[in-house]
Design a protein around this ligand. Sequence first.
Ligand code: ADP
Ligand code: MG
Length: 240
Amino acid sequence: MIKVEQITKVFGKNPVLKNISTTIHQGEVVAIIGPSGSGKSTFLRCLNLLEKPTEGKIYIKDREITDPKVNILEVRKHIGMVFQQFNLFPHMTVLENVTYAPQKVKKLAKGEVEKNAKDLLAKVGLSDKVDSYPSQLSGGQKQRVAIARALAMEPEIMLFDEPTSALDPEMVKEVLDVIKDLAETGMTMVIVTHEMNFAKEVADRVIFIDDGVILEDAEPHQFFNAPKSERAKDFLSKLL
Ligand code: ADP
Ligand code: MG
């Protein structure tokens, strides 16, 4: 589904990703783990071209998206992204947030889009918040709206960048449960997370990035019980 070939990303003179390669298969759930500033967000953002790799190639379903001729907006239609800070449209209701892109980008009829949006909001447990504004929601509710909004575009891949890092502790579970349900539907997902128990339980693979390099790419069992690199051992030993 996703093939990353030797990508490098340099900001100014600062190399942030250094020759990264990996393949993510359809239906796989991959957790990206690593210290702050190691390049996790940059890597994720390269996958939907929010950042353009300085060098290297990325293929989505055998199509090279790093080819300059590719229409970036077309690529992004098929890749949903959920950010730490929700990024909901503050002046729109929950329903409008979820229906905006499908109406605008996919040019689908309003009735169809609204029915689909209400189904998605029911799935994330927010049927009673359809007409609320983001400011009236808790962090966990906002993040569930953000997930429903991404799903409304019927993406083939979902990217999550620390989706629970901005949440109060009591709201983390409700969001992780939604992501876990989604994983069980067979969605291809890449999730940057500090939730190690979630990674252990839900991910098929863990990629450990340190200083712009993939140091480990392993099954969770292997990664958490027998990490190969000293850097990963050190990282894991410092967690609670
Ligand atoms: P992580 O998500 O692992 O914390 P990031 O990918 O956000 O790491 O950042 C990796 C490095 O790249 C950091 O040193 C950060 O300051 C730098 N960086 C990220 N985005 C930009 C940008 N748009 N311009 C310049 N430097 C950036
Ligand atoms: Mg980050």
